[in-house]
Design a protein around this ligand. Structure first.
Ligand SMILES: CC(C)(COP(=O)(O)OP(=O)(O)OC[C@H]1O[C@@H](n2cnc3c(N)ncnc32)[C@H](O)[C@@H]1OP(=O)(O)O)[C@@H](O)C(=O)NCCC(=O)NCCS
Length: 407
């Protein structure tokens, strides 16, 4: 690793970083046209490169954003992305050098990423803080129960109109979303457009009109089967569905399941507790195809992150508290004991009730998993076992964390 220099990439090197990253994912370099649209997504001073003999062989970047945490606070968060090391330089500690340099430099209390593989990021203190499910709905069996709201009306808008409309709707809702929602940087939307422009079938955008303004939307494409073949399937793929209103949610799902010639609707990346089965007279109209890790969360500044999150949201006793001892070998200033309670959180020098690594704290933070479950798997030690049910109550949340934004 001493042969490598890790440093911030200069703006004139951003394209090289992009090429290195795409190569690690087995994707061709960007064309000039594509690059001119992607260049703004390289925020100044936020890309790290690994150089060998002055040639870039690995990189990692981040975007400045913010994430909703339990209790509703929106906490500054780095969205870590475009991580890759060229195949002829892997397993020599290059990624480790990039991750450490990036973590040392981040000013946000939280960092989050999406992982290409599950075994990479735990060692750098990232834990899985939200998951999603992919569902498949057979349209012929998906009859709505009579009590499901009808929605207020859905209209299709052109993909061009959607460029302004969707960020407006999303930004209006983003700070009230469930724990895990992130602010989508302006350049994120440009990246989506570039990806969708290359789809073989048209990208459709359905918008739900709320009482006062548009309050939700769904973006989808349809992959046609041979209509003359009774066994061929025509599948509607849902890419993004965002709304916070009950009417908007039911209205958009009713719309998606009303599109003619479609045999199945496939929706990847939906919240774990989205009550889709409850919509249908036959709940087996829907099957869950897979459950995946979504938000990998790194708590960069433990005291700040604990202070921003509310505990005991489901009604823990205000007197209840536990002392957590957090271990963090990469950012040792985080290591220490913290008393956590519904009223306040503080750093203390007291014997720990529960002991865990910072990646495990990341898994607890948004409420995706309970302390008891982590203890069962040996990821959390409980010198005081009586503290486990108390910690379960303190970390409990009312809805499953979910982000819904891929980056
Ligand atoms: C994943 C990747 C960035 C790792 O880079 P790297 O420079 O080889 O990583 P390091 O040498 O710093 O590895 C650090 C540790 O992680 C382990 N590790 C690295 N990549 C791993 C993987 N894909 N699966 C399992 N373990 C992995 C190493 O074995 C090493 O373990 P050790 O500390 O016990 O020796 C690189 O393989 C790559 O670019 N892959 C393709 C693109 C990709 O998946 N990028 C990530 C996008 S989210």
């Amino acid at each position: 690793m001493t042969d490598y220099v890790i440093r911030v990439v200069q703006p004139e090197e951003h394209r090289a970083a992009h090429t290195v990253f795409r190569g690690t994912l087995h994707v061709r370099p960007s064309t000039d046209g594509d690059w001119s649209e992607r260049e703004p997504s390289y925020e100044l001073g936020r890309t790290w490169g690994a150089f060998r003999d002055e040639e870039m062989v690995g990189s990692a970047q981040s975007w400045s954003s913010a994430l909703v945490v339990p209790g509703g606070e929106v906490v500054p968060t780095a969205l870590v992305s475009r991580v890759g090391v060229r195949a002829d330089h892997t397993r020599r500690g290059v990624l480790s050098g990039l991750m450490r340099a990036q973590l040392d430099a981040l000013t946000e209390p939280l960092a989050t990423l999406r992982a290409s593989e599950g075994a990479i990021y735990g060692r750098f203190g990232y834990g899985v803080a939200s998951r999603y499910r992919q569902v498949r709905i057979r349209r012929a069996r998906a009859r709505f129960r009579p009590e499901v709201p009808t929605g207020r009306g859905v209209r299709l808008v052109s993909f061009d109109q959607a460029q302004e409309l969707l960020p407006t709707i999303y930004n209006r809702l983003a700070s009230s979303g469930r724990p895990g929602w992130v602010q989508r940087p302006a350049h994120w939307w440009a990246g989506v457009r570039l990806r969708m422009d290359s789809y073989p079938s048209p990208v459709m955008v359905a918008v739900h009109a709320g009482e006062d303004c548009d309050d939700g939307y769904a973006v989808y494409t349809v992959r046609r089967g041979d209509f003359a073949d009774p066994d061929a399937k025509t599948v509607l793929h849902l890419a993004d569905l965002v709304t916070l209103s009950t009417e908007g949610w039911a209205g958009l799902w009713r719309y998606l399941l009303s599109v003619d010639l479609v045999t199945e609707v496939v929706a990847g990346g939906r919240p774990m507790d989205e009550p889709l089965e409850q919509l249908f007279t036959d709940r087996r109209a829907l099957s869950t195809e897979r459950i995946n890790d979504e938000t990998w969360l790194r708590i960069v500044d433990v005291p700040a992150a604990l202070a921003a999150r509310r505990f005991g949201l489901l009604g823990a006793d205000t007197e209840e508290s536990v002392v957590l001892e957090v271990r963090d070998s990469i950012l040792p200033e985080n290591a220490g004991s913290y008393r956590i309670g519904a009223e306040q959180t503080e750093r203390v020098s007291e014997p720990a009730d529960l002991v865990l690594d910072v990646d495990a704290l990341g898994e607890l933070y948004l409420g995706d998993v309970t302390p008891t479950a982590l203890a069962q798997a040996g990821r959390l030690a409980a010198p005081n076992p009586n503290a486990l049910p108390v910690a379960d109550r303190l970390f409990a949340v009312s809805s499953a964390p979910w982000c819904g934004t891929d980056f």
